[in-house]
Design a protein around this ligand. Sequence first.
Ligand code: NAD
Length: 340
Amino acid sequence: MPDTGLRPDMSLPAIAPAGEVVVIGLGYVGRPLALEAAAAGFAVTGFDLSADAGRATQATWQDAGRKGGTLRTTADATALPPAATWLVCVPTPLDATGQPDLSAVAAAFATCRGRMPRGALACLVSTCQPGATNGLCRAALEQEGWRVGRDVFLAVSPERENPGDAQGGPRRIPRLLGAPDAASMARARAFWDRVTDTVVPVTTPEVAECAKLLENTYRLVNVALIDQLHAAFAALGVPTREVVAAAATKPFGFAPFWPGLGAGGHCIPIDPAYLQMEARRAGAPSRLLDLALAGNAARPGRVAAAIAEAFGGSLEGRRILVAGVTYKPDVADLRGAAPL
Ligand SMILES: NC(=O)c1ccc[n+]([C@@H]2O[C@H](COP(=O)([O-])OP(=O)(O)OC[C@H]3O[C@@H](n4cnc5c(N)ncnc54)[C@H](O)[C@@H]3O)[C@@H](O)[C@H]2O)c1
């Protein structure tokens, strides 16, 4: 586990002040959560290694002119207050070999353990593999004799944020919540009930972790399916979009997916690899998921080849305008954009 140099501060108060929240990671997920918690009346401190992320968060808070609590940001972990609630919203990407990279989560939980007072709650919001909360996160908090459920509390509430959707947002989207013990669940519910309209408690952290991964795996597999069927329909001389639109008139049992450059963004092409890692470890990897991951990775190359074919076999010397580079409309996140 990365060593942040932080150590539990024994001079901190034994009971955390209830109104203070620290949000670690102020990106697409952490920023709206920090704003929502502040609007709900909490005194929020946003912590990000990038000072720019902190500045952008403060600017959004001021622009929104929302009343309620307070929001300040820092890039200095030693300046964090002894808050009652700590939300971990750091990235969970894949490394250069395509394997899940949990180093940011490990570092963030080390920061929590270094600063959080006895009685505080740490909640994992980042998308992780099943077992991360009860494994990596618990181990980080239980160093030096502290016990989860007794000295500190732990929960997982994977984010379902839908960037670009003005109707969504952390308050409106039902929030899954899992905890390893009843005391942690009670503590976490007390917080989330103030920040979101609907909390969906589940029996274990692993259920919450798997539910989030199932949601995104479902998307990936269906995107891969329609991209593959698009080739079949084209070979049959049938227009795919009309087929999907026709099927979508069925009022039950069908959700439309459209052919394209494949699934992009920070989540859909990545999260299923976290599920597959644990499924493989448990001796039950999904072959269908492997096919979907491989099909999705190959999709941009196939599209580029199809474009080249339309231009007589080569794109040499051609200037091509790609309209819509990110993975979805009205989102500036270039991560996972198809590398054509
Ligand atoms: N982007 C989405 O639409 C979305 C939706 C649902 C879930 N998620 C999940 O939420 C998590 C966060 O994703 P994101 O898109 O907000 O990522 P992001 O890259 O936009 O933001 C993460 C922020 O964390 C900061 N950071 C990294 N390590 C840190 C550390 N140790 N301490 C403090 N700050 C640190 C980074 O500087 C960055 O600003 C991921 O697990 C992702 O899979 C993302």
